[in-house]
Ligand binder design. Structure first.
Ligand code: NDP
Length: 338
């Protein structure tokens, strides 16, 4: 079976054919399992902006770097093909696992989550609206951003997996929402999702459009992008605005990441800037998933997904294209057709 390993640390953007290498491994079967373990085949691999950061050897971060020669880290939806924990993890069950970029994996059953597909849901929601990105949106808006009715919320990276859920939850909480994304199609979809206004940051008029769209100034900025958009948002913050720093995708591929030049706005406007990592909320995942599942069942939460075909071999180029905005909603690679 195939897996993808880190071959070389990129200096800036990922270099197709150099950063990752495909490795052939000897076949696995039930005989390779110890008690309490399961053998899983991967079906859909999650691609996440944070992956670029995990390739840096030096970074102080919330997870250690992926080592050279190691299977690339990642979460997938898979199916159990052999089990030595059959009571809790029977053969045939759909699961999520952090087993990385691989077609087959052995994992302790305790680390493998059995999927529960709610009404109106589908298996792939476990990587999107009911998975890490949906949970990030939920805790970022409700806990970090403390969004309440009447707030003016601006969301960057709004048509992605996290941002599109942020937009909808903010609306469900009674906020007014301005969404920012990188194409006119994405802008149109964000309006369908209920955003009060949406603008395309790739237009040459973006800075002026942003200023016009924020004439009442910002209560909450949910930032997935960093860089220039964070700088612009700082210049349009209300006194005591809350800035939810979720991600900074515009800077992940830069050898020399840029920070906002107007950071002193934080002082003059008494802005609260708060970063967060969704994993810190693990104890509350169950309750959040229940709420997200209910919204999904009620038709209050919509989602799109971009599924790239072509198996594991397509993962590297799909990841490169994540930083070019190929996806609307959650980006996944189909490792094996279901
Ligand atoms: P998305 O589905 O949002 O995909 C990334 C999107 O970012 C692309 O579709 C693209 O859309 C946009 N983008 C790419 N490059 C740039 C750029 N240079 N400038 C502006 N926009 C860009 O990914 P996720 O939902 O998985 O992640 C969104 C953000 O949330 C990331 O920053 C990620 O690191 C962060 N995150 C943080 C977590 C946490 O715990 N703090 C957990 C999960 C995610 P477009 O066409 O609009 O450019």
């Amino acid at each position: 079976y195939k897996s993808v390993v880190l071959a070389q640390r990129p200096k800036a953007t990922i270099v197709p054919g150099e950063t990752f290498k495909i490795k052939e491994n000897p076949m696995l079967s039930e005989r390779d399992l110890k008690d309490g373990e399961v053998l899983i085949e991967a079906l859909y691999l999650s691609l996440d902006p944070a992956m670029r950061g995990w390739l840096n050897g030096y970074a102080r971060s919330y997870v250690p770097p992926v080592q050279i020669g190691a299977v690339m880290r990642g979460e997938f939806i898979g199916r159990i093909v052999a089990s030595k924990a059959p009571k809790t993890h029977p053969v045939g069950a759909f699961v999520t696992a952090m087993s990385g970029w691989t077609e087959l994996a052995i994992a302790p059953a305790k680390d493998v989550k059995i999927l529960d597909v709610p009404a109106n849901g589908k298996v792939t929601d476990a990587l999107g609206v009911l998975g890490m990105t949906g949970l990030t949106a939920y805790f970022g808006i409700t806990d970090v951003g403390q969004v309440k009715a009447g707030d003016f919320v601006v969301v960057s990276g709004a048509a992605g997996a996290t941002g599109s859920v942020v937009v909808q939850i903010a609306k469900l909480l009674g906020a007014r929402v301005l969404a920012i994304a990188g194409s006119d199609d994405k802008v149109a979809w964000l309006k369908e999702l209920g955003a009060d206004d949406a603008i395309n940051y790739k237009k040459p008029t973006f800075a002026a459009d942003f200023k016009a769209a924020t004439k009442d100034f910002i209560d909450v900025f949910f930032d997935n992008v960093g860089g220039d958009q964070l700088e612009l948002a700082l210049s349009r913050a209300k006194p005591h605005a809350r800035f939810v720093l979720c991600g900074a995708i515009s800077q992940y591929n830069n050898a020399k990441p840029k920070g906002p030049r107007n950071i002193s706005m934080v002082i003059s406007m008494r802005i609260k800037l708060q970063g967060f990592i969704v994993f810190d909320y693990a104890k509350q995942y169950g309750a959040a998933r229940k709420q997200l599942s209910q919204w999904l069942a009620e038709g209050k939460l919509k989602r799109k997904e971009t599924i790239v075909p072509g198996g594991l071999a397509a993962a590297e180029s799909a990841l490169v294209n994540l930083y070019n905005g190929i996806n609307t909603g959650k980006l996944m690679v189909e490792v094996k057709p279901v």
